[in-house]
Design a protein around this ligand. Structure first.
Ligand code: NAP
Length: 282
């Protein structure tokens, strides 16, 4: 597996498996088992996805050595703050049936993120988490967190896909030593991504699929990708992206697809902040 080296020298796989919206517990367990069998080693879940137990079951029965895996989960908004974070972390670890976590992320940039971050620094120093990071932080919030804390985030998991390419943000994070990780690399299929003319043309040119073109283009930008699928054939297809290279000219062409805005919503929209903070996820 190709890896990226994080700012604390930990190696992170550049391709992983996401389990958002795999709500059926049996389906989640089977999908993670399929992914581990295919060769994925990074699994991305969150307490808010309510499937940590299924992910844990799959990890346990897979037979894959713990040290080969890179397991991520995330802290939800209602669990923010120093004491709450310590408790939420323990709960997640129990559900995942692990005794340490590879990557713990603050899921959203809301509520008492400073209290949470200090608890994560403690867990990191205690050897309970190998890497600490954040998700959905815009560059101003990211910088604020970096400047006023001892340990800088190693990863920022944000929306990146062909319709929201974020060249400037990725460049900024690279300069700060923060690894970008793309959520929804297929934009969850929005804007008819899988039928997009340019993507289909490139897929034909490289004898690959649209999904593989999308993932490869992000990997070539040194962005970690975590596509989700609950279908084994697609899980395998999405993993098969290391035997070709998109040339520079085509990488330039892909920039045409960038709409420079979210395909979902803005984390800076006050209505979204209120709406999300109302989610009682457990
Ligand atoms: P995504 O990976 O962009 O898209 C998933 C969709 O694409 C599913 O409908 C899947 O359908 C389909 N798909 C997958 N592979 C395909 C292929 N080869 N050909 C055609 N269709 C394919 O969306 P996502 O799940 O939202 O994002 C990926 C991961 O990022 C999540 O699972 C989660 O771990 C993470 N995430 C994080 C945040 C955050 O706030 N931090 C937000 C969103 C997502 P099937 O399942 O039917 O194959």
């Amino acid at each position: 597996m190709v890896t990226v080296k994080l700012n604390n020298n930990v190696e992170m796989p550049i391709l992983g498996f996401g389990v958002y919206q795999i709500d059926d517990q049996k389906e989640c367990e089977r999908s993670v088992l399929d992914a581990l069998e295919v060769g994925y080693r990074l699994i991305d879940t969150a307490s808010a996805y309510r499937n940590e137990t299924s992910v844990g079951n799959a990890i346990k029965t897979s037979g894959v050595k713990r040290e080969e895996m890179f397991i991520t989960t995330k802290l939800w908004i209602k669990d923010a703050g120093y004491e709450n974070t310590l408790k939420a972390f323990d709960k997640s670890l129990k559900k995942l049936q692990l005794d340490y976590l590879d990557l713990y992320l603050i899921h959203q940039p809301f509520n008492d993120v400073y209290g949470s971050w200090r608890a994560m620094e403690k867990l990191y120093k205690d050897g309970k988490i190998r890497v600490v990071g954040v998700s959905n932080f815009h560059m101003d919030r990211l910088t604020d967190l970096m400047v006023y804390n001892e340990i800088p985030p190693a990863v920022n998991q944000i929306e990146i896909h062909p319709f929201h390419q974020r060249y400037q943000d990725v460049e900024y994070m690279a300069a700060q030593g923060i690894q970008p990780e793309a959520w929804a690399p297929f934009a969850e299929g929005r804007n008819n991504l899988f039928e997009n003319k340019l993507l289909v043309a490139l897929a034909e040119k490289y004898y690959k699929t649209v999904a593989q073109i999308v993932l490869r283009s992000l990997i070539q930008r040194s962005i970690v990708v975590i596509p989700k699928s609950s279908k084994r054939a697609r899980i395998a297809e999405n993993f098969d992206v290391f035997d070709f290279e998109i040339d520079e000219q085509d990488m330039e062409l892909l920039k045409q697809l960038d709409k420079q805005e979210s395909a979902f919503f803005s984390h800076r929209d006050p209505e979204i902040v209120k709406w999300m903070s109302g989610f009682e996820r457990d």
